[in-house]
Design a protein around this ligand. Structure first.
Ligand SMILES: [Zn+2]
Length: 110
């Protein structure tokens, strides 16, 4: 076996491509957040009131569902934090009573 058998032949004479065959159009930055939506039940269309763009109803529903999930999670977190506050206030009250009792025992011992 000669050393040349392991060498891969690369043809550099082929023309270089201008880029990939399929290109993705860069998305233009959106100036409207489509936060004011208008639903037309008759035409079954969802339109942004601000920019008048017709929106994909499924995408709008998906965004609303995501917002609702986020709000639900926030509400759950707030409830858990309130429960923790109530627990800590009870603990604070217990500790203040312990301090008060300890101080009065110290006075009595003197
Ligand atoms: Zn819009």
């Amino acid at each position: 076996m000669s050393k040349l058998e392991n060498i891969i032949h690369v043809d550099f004479t082929q023309e270089k491509r201008e880029g990939p065959a399929i290109k993705i159009k860069p998305s233009e930055p959106k100036s409207c957040s489509h936060s004011n939506i208008w639903v037309d039940q008759d035409s079954r269309k969802v339109i942004c009131e601000d920019c008048k763009e017709e929106l994909d109803p499924i995408r709008v529903l998906h965004n609303i569902a995501q917002d609702e999930m986020f709000l639900y999670q926030c509400q759950t977190d707030v409830e858990a934090l309130y429960a923790e506050i109530i627990k800590l206030k009870k603990e604070e009250k217990k500790l203040k009573n312990k301090i008060k009792n300890a101080k009065s025992r110290l006075k009595d011992d003197r």
